[in-house]
Design a binder for this molecule. Structure first.
Ligand code: F6R
Length: 240
């Protein structure tokens, strides 16, 4: 992977936003792979500037994941987060931006439906990734197969604690999610993994230069021919 060390998150957001704007200018129907959580927020913020004046009406997007069984309209459902942080500020067409369907009825088809929709779009051009402190990408927790497709997974206790900040308490964090698989993520044409802060240093080092192992789902990026890793000094501190 190409590793870019930036001074701060804002600088990381700038670099990635510039690349996305370049893609959208060259192909108005660019398919973006969207992540939620705190890490990609500087990218979305910088994009408001970099996409200004560019036609984004045809841009398509697929989120990595969604909680299962979260009340429809809950502000922390990833559909709601993507709407609030990406679709609305960037003026994207909501109908072209997809999130896996985490509602419990039809959950048995939701993974396959999502895979088909991604395939029908022609595939993700640029996939934004964060990484969990336990090494997950998407919500592919340790033990996920490198060949996995979109499916329901159980969140680890660590991930539920990490995400408790978005909810009233850890008990409110859903126990299950539906996530693109590692195999799905690897089919994107370009992977851009971002990480900021010392809390991510071990996971970044394990993913970028550790053993290729299902115990570190992020290590799957080593199988991809076009990966860019954008980190601040603290997140890069365990890299050799
Ligand atoms: C979010 C996702 C997760 C996060 C990861 C890091 O869609 O798939 O893999 O990227 O949990 O979360 P933050 O960025 O909040 O530290």
């Amino acid at each position: 992977a190409e590793v870019i060390i930036v001074n701060d998150k804002a600088a990381g957001g700038e670099i990635v936003a510039r690349e996305i704007a370049r893609l959208v200018r060259s192909n108005p129907e660019t398919v973006l792979g969207l992540a939620t959580g705190s890490t990609p927020l500087p990218v979305y913020e910088a994009l408001t500037k970099h996409l200004d004046g560019i036609d984004v009406s045809q841009v398509r997007g697929f989120a990595l994941d969604e909680y299962v069984g979260i009340a429809a309209g809950h502000p922390e459902s990833y559909r709601a987060v993507i709407t609030r942080e990406v679709v609305e500020p960037l003026g994207l067409d909501a109908a072209r931006i997809h999130t896996p369907d985490g509602s419990t009825d039809g959950i048995e088809h939701a993974g396959e439906d999502y895979e088909r929709a991604i395939e029908a779009s022609g595939g993700v051009d640029l996939q934004i990734l964060g990484i969990g402190t336990d090494g997950h990408i998407g919500f592919n927790e340790p033990g996920s197969s490198f060949a996995s497709a979109t499916r329901v997974k159980t969140l680890t206790a660590q991930t539920r604690e990490d995400n408790a900040r978005f909810f009233a308490s850890v008990d409110e964090v859903p126990r299950h999610c539906i996530t693109q698989g590692l195999g799905t993520i690897l089919r994107a044409k370009h992977l851009v993994l971002l990480a900021f802060g010392g809390g991510k240093a071990k996971a970044v080092a394990a993913a970028v230069e550790g053993a290729l192992t299902a115990s570190v789902p992020g290590s799957a990026i080593q199988l991809h021919p076009h990966v860019t890793v954008v980190v601040d000094e603290a997140a890069a501190s365990e890299l050799s």
